[in-house]
Write a protein that binds this ligand. Structure first.
Ligand SMILES: C[S@@+](CC[C@H](N)C(=O)[O-])C[C@H]1O[C@@H](n2cnc3c(N)ncnc32)[C@H](O)[C@@H]1O
Length: 293
């Protein structure tokens, strides 16, 4: 019998969007790039009759995909409202006999037996706000303390991030408002001029040792004249790496565009030195890029 006692929530967690109410889940369910990529990855990675843990189950859709092949799925969700919704949705979709929805903090949960796959989607562009790195790190430590042998396979397996110099139009009916914004990577962005290519500044392979701090200092080549007044953060999750096919099943998240405090004129051919330092899971305001020249 499931025990739905609420777990303690801090003010920080509420503010950082760790508690995503049910009515926001539509956007996640409806994001075909996200949901379709997880569906494809789980179909490939979950072994027939295998065992799976989902950390941060939400409405239960990823557990449902896993349960198409797995014989047992533990779906861990800290928000009792969502756990209740997941249980009834999984029942309505014929997967309740294979998926156990448990109200717990994913940082404390250890499955009762070893598992083949762990799926965790606590992802936000920049690896900001949500606690993907912290939760997977805690899960690995707890799992290793309980079980010998190899770690399960993680979905996503890796996250790669890049930064791109932009000239962004922040004018709204004559009102200049340089505010952070999100962009759909699959749509044209008429307000954005790309001044150079994205440069990779961080990569996480979830089965490896995980740093919680991102600290990058690197070159940002400029390919086009313009006013550099914003940086775009690009986050790509490699949900499943398929070496035999020379490909990966990826989910490219919405871009984050952060305005720069001091815009500057730049010219094709010059290279800027940029520093990016922040902690994963931190608020958007923690992202304070600065140029070294
Ligand atoms: C981005 S949503 C993803 C939901 C679902 N996996 C999906 O793909 O639609 C992240 C979920 O993780 C839950 N969550 C956040 N922190 C958690 C924690 N420490 N333990 C368990 N669940 C958590 C949130 O309540 C939310 O439902």
């Amino acid at each position: 019998m499931a025990d739905d006692r609420a777990v303690a929530v801090t003010k920080d967690e509420l503010e950082l969007g760790q508690y995503i109410p049910l009515h926001y889940h539509f956007n996640m369910l409806n994001d075909a790039y996200r949901t379709g990529a997880f569906e494809e990855a789980l179909a490939l990675v979950v072994p027939e009759g295998g065992r799976v843990v989902e950390l941060g189950g939400g409405t239960g859709i990823l557990s449902f995909f896993a349960a198409r092949k797995a014989r047992r799925v533990w779906c861990i969700e800290r928000n009792p409202e969502l756990a209740g919704a997941a249980r009834s949705l999984l029942r309505a979709n014929g997967a309740a006999d294979r998926v156990d929805v448990l109200v717990a903090d994913a940082r404390d949960f250890v499955p009762p037996e070893p598992v083949d796959v762990v799926v965790c989607e606590m992802l936000h562009v920049g690896l900001l706000r949500e606690k993907q790195v912290e939760v997977i790190d805690a899960f690995k430590a707890n799992y290793r303390a309980r079980f010998d042998g190899a770690l399960p396979r993680f979905v996503p397996e890796a996250t790669v991030q890049a930064v791109q110099p932009l000239q962004q139009d922040f004018a709204f009916h004559g009102y200049q408002a340089p505010v952070p914004l999100f962009q759909d990577p699959h749509s044209l962005q008429p307000r954005t001029t790309e001044l150079g290519q994205p440069q990779v500044y961080s990569s996480f392979l979830y089965e490896d040792f995980l740093h919680h701090e991102i600290a990058w200092r690197g070159a940002l080549p400029i390919e086009r004249d313009g006013t550099l007044n914003a940086l775009r953060i690009v986050t790509k999750n490699l949900l499943a790496i398929v070496p035999t096919q020379g490909r990966s099943i990826d989910w490219l998240m919405n871009y984050l565009v952060v305005p720069l405090e001091r815009p500057r004129e730049v010219h094709a051919g010059e290279t800027l030195e940029l520093s990016l330092v922040y902690r994963t899971g931190a608020p958007l305001s923690a992202l304070e890029p600065f140029f070294l020249d």
